[in-house]
Design a protein around this ligand. Structure first.
Ligand SMILES: Cc1ncc(COP(=O)(O)O)c(C=O)c1O
Length: 360
C-alpha cells in the first residue's frame, strides 16, 4: 500500500506518473525495450527529450530567448557552474543569505568570485526573509543570487527581489513548478529535480541566452552552458530515465490544469497545516508568518522528548518521512506538488489525535 510520503527530497512523485512508468517499463512504445535501454540519440528518445522541454516551456511560459538545459551534478553542481559561467575573476556577486542552502551556494561561489552578503537573516535563526528595502545591492554586480524557498528552514520569499539591470539568479530546487511565476524577472533559474520534477540525477537550468557563451577557460564542458545548449544538453549521455520521468510529470501538471491550479492547491494544503499548528498549544512553527513556505513545513512539539514517538506512530499510520532535517531536529512535512490535500488532512487528523493522547 502507498503511504503519504512527506520526504523533503528525493520526494513523492504523482501516482499516475509512477503507474505509467511501471506499465511501460518493460516494453516502452512497443519497442520491446525499456526507455532506459535505448540510445539518447535515437529518434524516439529525442522526441521524449524535446517534448519534455516544450511542455516545461508551456508550463512556465518560457520564451525562446531563454535556453533550457537538462544537466547533471545536482543543484550543488550549479553552485559552482553559475559563477564559472557568469563571472570573471574579480567579479562581485550579491547573495541573500536566508538559510542553509543560500549559505552553501554562497560559500561555493566564493571559491570563484567575490561574494557580498546583500541581506542576512542568520540573526533570526533563518526564520524570516529580508524586507525588500533592507537589501543592499552592489551596483554592477555580476548577479544577485537568492533561494526563493529554503527547504530546511521552511522559509519562502513572498516576493521576487527587484534587481534592476543586475541578473537575478534563483535556486528553485524546492519551489519550481509549485505556482505560476513571472519568468522575465529571472535571468537564471536552476533546480535539482528530486522534489517537484522527477528522480534525482537531473538538474534543470533555465537561462537567458544573452548571458551564456562566456564561461571561464577551464570550465568543465558539461557545465559550460553554451556548450550544452549547442548540443541540446546531449554533449554527453544525459540521465535519460530521469528526463523521461520529468516529461511524464510535466504532462501530469498540464493535465491538472497547469501552475495556476497547482498553486491554488499548494496554497490550500499549506494553509490547512499551518492552521492546525497555530490552533494548537502543542505544535509550533518558528517561521515569520509572511515567510512561511508552502512546500516545507517544519514544526516542533511542546514536549520534544516525544519527537521519536510522533515520527514512529505517524509512520505506522502511513504518514512517512516526517523527521526534521538533521541540523534542526523536530519534524518537517514537505508538501510538494505530488502530495494530495488528503495527505495533509490525514496528517492534521493524526496530529490532533496525538495531541489529545500526549498533550496534557
Ligand atoms: C534549495 C536547495 N538547493 C540545493 C539543494 C542541493 O541539491 P542537490 O542535492 O541536487 O545538489 C537542495 C537539496 O535538497 C535544496 O533543497
Amino acid at each position: 500500500m502507498r503511504s503519504f510520503n512527506f520526504s523533503a527530497g528525493p520526494a513523492a512523485l504523482p501516482l499516475e506518473v509512477l503507474e505509467q512508468a511501471r506499465d511501460e517499463l518493460l516494453d516502452w512504445q512497443s519497442s520491446g525495450t525499456s526507455v532506459m535501454e535505448i540510445s539518447h540519440r535515437s529518434a524516439s528518445f529525442v522526441r521524449v527529450a524535446e517534448e519534455a522541454e516544450s511542455d516545461l516551456r508551456d508550463l512556465l511560459a518560457i520564451p525562446s530567448d531563454y535556453a533550457v538545459l537538462f544537466l547533471q551534478g545536482g543543484a550543488t553542481g550549479q553552485f559552482a557552474a553559475i559563477p564559472l559561467n557568469l563571472t570573471v575573476p574579480g567579479s562581485t556577486t550579491d547573495f541573500l543569505n536566508t538559510g542553509i542552502w543560500s549559505l552553501k551556494a554562497m560559500r561555493e561561489a566564493g571559491r570563484y568570485c567575490s561574494v557580498h552578503v546583500a541581506a542576512d537573516e542568520s540573526a533570526s535563526g533563518y526564520t524570516s526573509v529580508p524586507a525588500p528595502s533592507s537589501i543592499k545591492l552592489t551596483p554592477g554586480a555580476a548577479y544577485v543570487h537568492y533561494t526563493p524557498n529554503e527547504t530546511i528552514g521552511g522559509v519562502e520569499f513572498p516576493y521576487v527581489p527587484e534587481t534592476g539591470a543586475v541578473p537575478l539568479v534563483a535556486d528553485m530546487s524546492s519551489s519550481i513548478l509549485s505556482r505560476p511565476i513571472h519568468l522575465s524577472k529571472f535571468a537564471l533559474i536552476y533546480a535539482g529535480a528530486q522534489k517537484n520534477i522527477g528522480p534525482s540525477g537531473l538538474c534543470l537550468v533555465i537561462v537567458r541566452r544573452d548571458l551564456i557563451g562566456n564561461a571561464r577557460p577551464g570550465t568543465p564542458s558539461v557545465w559550460d552552458y553554451q556548450a550544452m545548449a549547442n548540443e541540446g544538453s546531449m554533449l554527453n549521455t544525459p540521465p535519460t530515465f530521469g528526463w523521461y520521468i520529468a516529461g511524464l510529470v510535466f504532462k501530469w501538471l498540464k493535465r491538472q490544469g497547469g501552475l495556476a491550479v497547482i498553486g491554488e492547491r499548494n496554497r490550500a494544503k499549506a494553509a490547512a497545516l499551518y492552521r492546525a499548528i497555530d490552533a494548537s498549544e502543542f505544535y509550533s512553527n518558528p517561521v515569520a508568518h509572511d515567510a512561511r513556505s508552502w512546500m516545507n513545513v517544519p514544526f516542533t512539539l511542546r514536549r520534544p522528548e516525544l519527537d521519536r514517538r510522533f515520527i514512529e506512530e505517524a509512520a505506522a499510520a502511513g504518514l512517512k518521512n516526517l523527521e526534521g532535517h538533521r541540523s534542526v531536529g523536530g519534524m518537517r512535512a514537505s508538501l510538494y506538488n505530488a502530495m494530495p490535500l488528503a495527505g495533509v488532512e490525514a496528517l492534521v487528523a493524526f496530529m490532533q489525535d496525538f495531541e489529545q493522547r500526549h498533550g496534557g
